[in-house]
Design a protein around this ligand. Structure first.
Ligand SMILES: [Zn+2]
Length: 330
């Protein structure tokens, strides 16, 4: 049935992570009309992952049809190096594909128009449009989790660099430091990722710990080894952010990912360490991300609406993490 106001229109949005997929049907205000969660079968190889993505897209499209909704377009975001313009998944160590024409494969297999995006750049786009960086023109979105990546918003545009932009996790912070999975040495990721923090605590204390969150709890209790590990990670992050700030002068740095759940325990010393490292530079505000792990899926929805030639009309953010004491903007 024709719908001149587009109120029965939606897009299919899918965020493919290393462990799980988050999908949704989103209306123009990015309100979820249906959601989908399922594992990413990465251990079974890239072919099985592509089939699983296709299955998720088709299932969401079928849910749209059941509800008499018109799925205008699909946005799929994936990790690794992604060339959005060419629709290619260039490389992902996590999923194991390389130089895959993923957008075309998904279009052919799902019968949907599919736009391919990068998970972190899409998440950054969502934070810029409807999250912590609303209205910003120059900002950096840094999810700190198992790894560290970044989305660079420069003069209102998300910088892509043929898919290679934003690899803050591989900025060198300790030139003689530990080897990194990328082949380099002393990358930020080897010091400040959640995995590195957990490993450093275990190595220095000789005790196992329940992830970076476990180290954070020990920091709060004053455990001296945890405090030393945490401080080293925060200072390394501040060093990388200071270099970025010198180059691109963001007004705002939005910290997300699992580590941001530590709130003020992370952000307060990060602001202090960054402040100490800056002299004449524009001083960015450092805030916590607002969209949590839904940012990638919302970003996929924004990409899909834009590909359909429609600008999403935001009301309140569709998903928002509760703001707790110590985690809000300063
Ligand atoms: Zn590296």
């Amino acid at each position: 049935m024709p719908d001149p106001h587009g109120t029965r229109d939606c897009v299919v949005a899918l965020d493919v992570g290393g462990t799980g997929m988050k999908g949704a049907l989103l209306d123009r205000a990015l309100t979820p009309l249906a959601v989908l969660r399922r594992p990413t079968p990465r251990r079974d190889g890239p072919g099985v992952v592509v089939a699983a993505i296709t299955g998720a897209l088709r299932d969401l499209a079928a849910q749209a049809a059941d509800r008499h909704l018109t799925a205008r377009h699909a946005g799929t975001v994936v990790p690794g190096t992604v060339d959005e313009e060419a629709g290619r998944a260039v490389y992902s160590a996590n999923i194991g594909w390389s130089d895959l024409p993923l957008a075309a494969l998904l279009r052919d297999a799902s019968d949907l128009p599919v736009t391919l995006g990068h998970d972190v750049r899409a998440g950054g786009l969502a934070e810029c449009r409807t999250g912590a960086a609303r209205g910003a023109r120059d900002a950096l979105f840094v999810p700190v989790g198992t790894g560290i990546s970044a989305a660079v918003l420069c003069e209102g545009r998300v910088v892509r660099g043929l898919g290679y932009a934003g690899e803050l996790g591989h900025a060198v912070v300790e030139p003689d430091g530990d080897p990194c999975a990328c082949g380099g040495r002393g990358c930020l990721e080897t010091v400040a990722s959640a995995a590195a923090i957990e490993a450093a605590y275990a190595a220095r204390s000789g005790r196992a710990v329940d992830g970076a969150a476990g180290v954070a709890r020990l920091v709060a209790r004053g455990d001296p080894v945890a405090v030393a590990v945490w401080d080293r990670a925060v200072d390394a992050l501040a060093a990388a952010l200071a270099t970025f700030t010198t180059l691109l002068a963001p007004g705002l740095i939005v910290v997300g990912g699992g580590l941001a759940q530590a709130g003020g325990l992370l952000l307060d010393p990060l602001r202090a360490h960054l402040g100490e490292r800056l002299t004449f530079q524009r001083r960015p505000e450092v805030v916590r991300a607002e969209l949590g792990d839904e940012a990638g899926c919302l970003g996929a929805g924004i990409l899909a609406w834009q590909a359909a030639g429609v600008e999403p009309a935001f009301r309140e953010p569709a998903f928002r993490e509760p703001v707790t004491a110590g985690s809000a903007a300063p």
